[in-house]
Write a protein that binds this ligand. Structure first.
Ligand code: HEC
Ligand code: HEC
Length: 212
């Protein structure tokens, strides 16, 4: 499936279809405006990175992209460092398999999140991101270097980073939820379509990163 999406993105880019979309209904994404590799200047790529970093460094994303203490965060914009209550530790499994598993409270469901302070749910099994994807306590330059390094991003090249977003939209996963969390939570800045376009611009520019 991953490779067929990859091929679809390339084909759509070449053929310039008017309005190819991906996923259904309110989660549909428009792929028609995505740039081709090499078509974007580094300065434009860096500007797109700044927008990407504003998303990645928002509590909605950081709360799961934590380090090797395996402790999820309950960060908010006002209090970004707040740790998860109830002495939750995700363990090396990152899903709490060693103790209380995340899905004891966080169900897997695509229903909207309506109740404030209830455990949020998505269409993917709730868990922390792998330790290699830690973004807490990291600068923009550090996160950028991580994200373009296949050894630290789950083996993803540029196309697979884009596929990851499309896959998330299809399942109503963690990124989709972060932009539309419901239940009075602050959303990550922007929306899924803008994030997809920024990632496409950044990767098409060769993944430029700010100076450390
Ligand atoms: C005993 C129930 C329970 C378990 C088990 C649990 N959580 Fe939670 N979790 C909650 C509740 C309740 C909230 C919402 C707190 C609030 O908004 O005030 C929450 C919120 C969160 C948030 C914050 C989401 C956000 O951005 O607002 C993260 C991240 C999180 N949990 C991760 C995990 C992980 C990872 C695990 C498994 C290792 C886990 N939780 C296990 C009850 C639980
Ligand atoms: C509920 C926890 C959770 C939240 C919230 C979350 N992620 Fe993740 N993220 C994960 C997990 C688990 C993985 C690993 C799964 C995979 O590689 O497909 C991951 C992987 C990733 C990856 C791929 C590899 C890499 O280099 O980091 C990206 C990119 C990513 N997330 C972006 C985001 C963005 C952007 C947000 C906020 C808009 C976000 N995530 C919010 C759990 C989360």
């Amino acid at each position: 499936m991953t490779s067929s999406i990859h091929i679809a993105v390339i084909a759509l880019g070449c053929l310039g279809f008017a309005s190819p979309t991906f996923a259904e209904g309110e989660h549909a994404l428009d792929l028609s405006a995505l740039p081709e590799a090499g078509s974007i200047a580094p300065a434009e790529g860096l500007a797109a990175w700044d927008s990407i970093h504003a998303v990645l460094s928002h509590p909605r994303c950081l709360n799961c992209h934590v380090g090797d203490d395996n402790v999820p965060l309950w960060g908010t914009v006002a209090a970004p460092d707040r740790i998860h209550g109830m002495a939750i530790n995700a363990g090396d499994s990152r899903i709490g398999a060693e103790g209380l598993s995340c899905n004891a409270c966080h169900q897997t469901s695509t229903r909207p999140n309506a109740v404030p302070h209830a455990p949020p749910h998505t269409g993917m099994d709730w868990r922390l991101a792998p330790v290699a994807f830690q973004w807490t306590d990291r600068t923009s330059a550090e996160i950028c270097a991580q994200l373009r390094d296949p050894d630290r991003n789950g083996g993803r090249d540029a196309a697979r980073l884009i596929d990851h977003i499309l896959h998330d939209a299809e399942l109503i996963g963690f990124i989709t939820w972060s932009f539309d969390p419901g239940a009075d939570r602050d959303p990550a800045p922007g929306n899924m379509q803008a994030h997809l376009e920024d990632m496409a611009i950044w990767t098409a520019a060769g993944m430029p990163c700010p100076e450390p």
